[in-house]
Design a protein around this ligand. Structure first.
Ligand SMILES: NC(=O)c1ccc[n+]([C@@H]2O[C@H](COP(=O)([O-])OP(=O)(O)OC[C@H]3O[C@@H](n4cnc5c(N)ncnc54)[C@H](O)[C@@H]3O)[C@@H](O)[C@H]2O)c1
Length: 306
């Protein structure tokens, strides 16, 4: 089976591509290298340097004929989306729609989309949020993720193109980017390794559902094999605040540091945590890596790779 991974030079995409190869899948990667790195691309893949917004992407589909598309390519910064909503929509909505349209025309069986459970629900009313929680993104980034989910729904109804939208929590782990939704982990690791004390924004009690990238790799493989169509939360169900992150990474570093706090970021979402029961039920997936274990693995990776 041939799988085309967009954004395969990036953090999540390259980890997923590694996992797919280990499982024996044939992998084709599309990435414009705007944020990804060539050295992240696994050796046993075919790589096309291309923009997902480009209509000529169709040439890749014509020659490769992928069975499944895993769509990770995106502008990944919530803050950039607030400052430049048109750029965000261009990449994250129009790029996604281009890919969906081409996939439909070239007989792709299923699209697995990297959506965002951390942003599509907006400020949560129920903790943890399951998939029926009201949708109300409070950033252009979240709006674009939701818009792409709506297009996927439409194409599945109109043309029978199956999809699974994996609504990720905040994903962290080796190769992660400091600008992503779980960027704080990369930022803290780098600062601590450089002998600096990282600054905690506000009181540090803002929470997220931090999910280890190895668990995300496993869920992508489960999604390939599943018949389910629709959105699924991918998280741990555990709320972790920034002060806890700081303390776990501090012990991973073995350094003695006092917490320091800066001003809170205006408009930052306060709490986010995802109910993962649907993933357990329909994908047979649940996270295996605890926050302590995952942060230790991540710190070690930054120590060895920076
Ligand atoms: N990291 C998280 O916590 C998180 C949480 C929820 C959802 N997601 C989503 O998961 C996906 C992967 O995120 P990531 O953290 O690995 O980010 P990343 O930046 O490491 O990976 C994205 C990749 O897409 C590529 N790309 C960007 N624009 C492109 C374009 N127009 N055409 C082709 N390639 C393009 C980049 O070069 C990069 O390699 C994204 O869709 C992101 O929105 C991430």
């Amino acid at each position: 089976m041939k799988i085309l991974v967009t954004g395969g030079a990036g953090f999540i995409g390259s980890n997923v591509a590694d996992g797919l190869i280990a499982e024996g899948y044939e992998v084709v990667i599309v990435d414009d290298l705007s944020n990804g790195r060539k050295e992240n691309i696994p050796g046993k893949t075919k790589f096309y340097k291309a923009d997902v917004r480009d209509r000529k992407l169709e040439d890749v589909f014509k020659s490769e004929k992928p069975d499944i598309v895993i769509h990770n390519a995106a502008q990944l910064s919530v803050r950039v989306s607030v400052e430049e909503p048109l750029t965000d929509a261009d990449i994250n909505i129009m790029g996604g729609l281009n890919l969906i349209d081409i996939s439909k025309r070239y007989g792709v069986k299923k699209i697995i989309f990297a959506s965002s459970g951390g942003t599509v629900y907006g400020e949560q009313k129920i903790f943890p949020a399951d998939e029926s929680h009201p949708l109300g993104p409070i950033s252009p980034y979240g709006v674009a993720k939701l818009a792409t989910e709506h297009y996927l729904y439409y194409f599945s109804k109109a043309y029978g193109l199956d999809y699974i939208a994996l609504r990720y929590g905040n994903i962290y782990g080796p190769r992660q980017d400091p600008h992503g939704e779980a960027g704080v982990v990369a930022i803290f690791c780098k600062k601590m390794l450089g002998g600096e004390v990282p600054l905690i924004n506000g009181d540090g009690l803002q929470t997220r559902d931090y999910t280890y990238v190895g668990d995300v790799v496993r869920v992508n493989i489960a999604a390939i094999k599943s018949d389910f169509v629709g959105p699924i939360n991918i998280g741990t169900g555990v709320e972790t605040d920034v002060v806890t992150l700081f303390n776990v990474l501090k012990s991973a570093s073995g350094k003695d540091m006092e917490e320091i706090h800066g001003p809170a970021k205006a408009g930052e979402q306060r709490r986010s945590v995802l109910d993962n029961n649907l993933a357990k039920e329909v994908l047979g997936w649940e996270p295996e890596i605890s926050i302590e274990e995952g942060l230790n693995l991540t710190y070690k990776w930054f120590e060895e790779n920076n």
